[in-house]
Write a protein that binds this ligand. Structure first.
Ligand code: ADP
Length: 149
C-alpha cells in the first residue's frame, strides 16, 4: 500500500521551517500533497497562485511531491486523495499544545487518518510565516527565512 500524506498549511509564505518538515517527511512517505489552504475568510499576504508557485519552484523536479490548493476540512481533502496521514511541524510546546488538539479532532472526524509530527531543526525553530510577513511589510531582508525563487 502506498503511504500517501497531506501536509496542510497556509504557507503564507512557505518558509525554510516548512521546507525542513517536507524534507524530513519525504523519506517516510511515498507521496506528499502539500495542501495550500485557500480559505475565503482569511486575509493572505500572498495569493493562492503566488503561494503555490513559490512552493512548486522549490519541489519542481520531485515527482512524489505535489503542490495543490484546498479548502474545507483537511480530513475531507485526505479522503479525496486517499491519504492516511497528515503531516504537521512542531517548533515548541505551544505548537505541540495547539497541534495535538487539532490532531485529536481530525481523528474523531476521520479515524483512518493519523497525524504525524516532525520536529523542526534548531536553526529554523524561531521562523514563522507571521514574523516573515512583518519583516516583508517593514522592508526587511527575508532571504534567510524563505527559499528564494
Ligand atoms: P496553518 O495556518 O495551518 O498553521 P502554517 O503555514 O502556519 O499553516 O503552518 C503549517 C505547518 O507548518 C504547521 O504544522 C506549523 O506548525 C508548521 N510550521 C510552521 N513554521 C515551522 C517551522 N519554523 N518549523 C517547523 N514547522 C513549522
Amino acid at each position: 500500500m502506498n503511504r500517501i500524506a497531506v501536509f496542510p498549511g497556509s504557507f503564507d509564505p512557505f518558509t525554510f521551517g516548512h521546507k525542513v518538515i517536507v524534507d524530513k517527511a519525504i523519506s517516510l512517505f511515498d507521496y506528499i500533497f502539500i495542501a495550500v489552504g485557500n480559505n475565503s475568510k482569511k486575509n493572505y499576504m500572498f495569493s493562492i497562485n503566488e503561494r503555490i508557485n513559490r512552493i512548486t519552484a522549490v519541489y519542481n523536479n520531485i515527482e512524489n511531491i505535489k503542490v495543490i490548493s484546498y479548502d474545507g476540512l483537511t480530513v475531507d481533502f485526505c479522503k479525496q486523495k486517499n491519504a492516511n496521514f497528515i503531516i504537521r511541524g512542531l517548533r515548541d510546546n505551544a505548537d505541540f499544545a495547539f497541534e495535538t488538539r487539532i490532531a485529536m479532532m481530525n481523528k474523531k472526524l476521520h479515524s483512518d487518518v493519523e497525524t504525524v509530527f516532525f520536529l523542526t531543526s534548531p536553526e529554523y525553530s524561531s521562523i514563522s510565516s507571521t514574523i516573515v510577513r512583518e519583516i516583508i511589510k517593514n522592508g526587511g531582508d527575508v532571504s534567510k527565512f524563505i527559499p528564494q525563487i
